[in-house]
Design a protein around this ligand. Structure first.
Ligand SMILES: N[C@@H](CCC(=O)N[C@@H](CS)C(=O)NCC(=O)O)C(=O)O
Length: 212
């Protein structure tokens, strides 16, 4: 059986919701950041990167959210979570996932883990101070895409790209990473995806139903 290692509220919520959307039977195991459990030898034996998420399959462990989303979509094709049979459409979905993974997610780590980028309080403060400007730019690209009134990232149909965007757009509420007033379509999309039953269930599991 698939098993997801996750931390409530962390980016692992993306595959957590994706598994729920897929209809898969899976197990879950929380990792406690407060005690740095992600850095213990026991957890590093599962994911040497010392990060969540990690998805244990019968063939080994998958790390990296875009890889997990492709795996989940292909493993449960009846749920139609990504257009993996159409090479161009699948590439478009992957490009969207990589935009979040390699720009927005890395950018947000300048706030959550500035010590991974630079030493010293002044350098850390400078890293954090740069985030709103770049977040506006990176989310602005997504805002432009949604501006035609589409309901979902790739058009009329829901995909796991919507799940990925939902989680990262939700972090904008923290107030330290960009101006949501510039992103009305992204905010409307977030509110729409928030209503999905799979999202409701995972927010409840992660103890965040009230906070999100
Ligand atoms: N590139 C990875 C990034 C995973 C990642 O940044 N995970 C964070 C939580 S959102 C984490 O485990 N942080 C703990 C740490 O870095 O010590 C992915 O897409 O899965």
């Amino acid at each position: 059986m698939l098993k997801l290692f996750y931390t409530p509220g962390a980016c692992s919520m993306v595959p957590h919701i994706a598994l729920e959307e897929s209809g898969a039977t899976y197990a879950r195991h929380p990792i406690d950041f407060a005690t740095s459990e992600q850095l213990t030898p026991e957890y590093r034996a599962i994911n040497p990167k010392g990060q969540v998420p990690a998805l244990v399959t019968d063939r080994g462990v998958i790390t990296e959210i875009p890889a997990m989303l492709g795996y989940i979509a292909r493993s449960f094709p009846e749920a139609q979570l990504l257009p993996w049979e159409d090479p161009f459409a699948f590439a478009q979905a992957q490009a969207f996932h990589m935009h979040i993974a390699t720009t927005i997610h890395v950018l947000f780590r300048q706030i959550s883990r500035p010590e991974y980028f630079a030493d010293g309080e002044a350098a850390k403060a400078a890293l954090k101070a740069k985030v709103p400007e770049m977040s506006d730019r990176y989310f602005g690209i997504i805002e432009d895409r949604l501006r035609d009134g589409r309901l979902y990232v790739h058009g009329d149909g829901f995909t796991l790209s919507d799940t990925y965007l939902f989680v990262f757009a939700s972090y904008l509420r923290m107030g330290d990473r960009g101006d949501v007033a510039k992103l009305p379509f992204v905010v409307a999309h977030r509110d729409r995806i928030r209503q999905r039953p799979a999202v409701e269930r995972i927010l409840a599991v992660e103890g965040l139903a009230e906070a999100w």
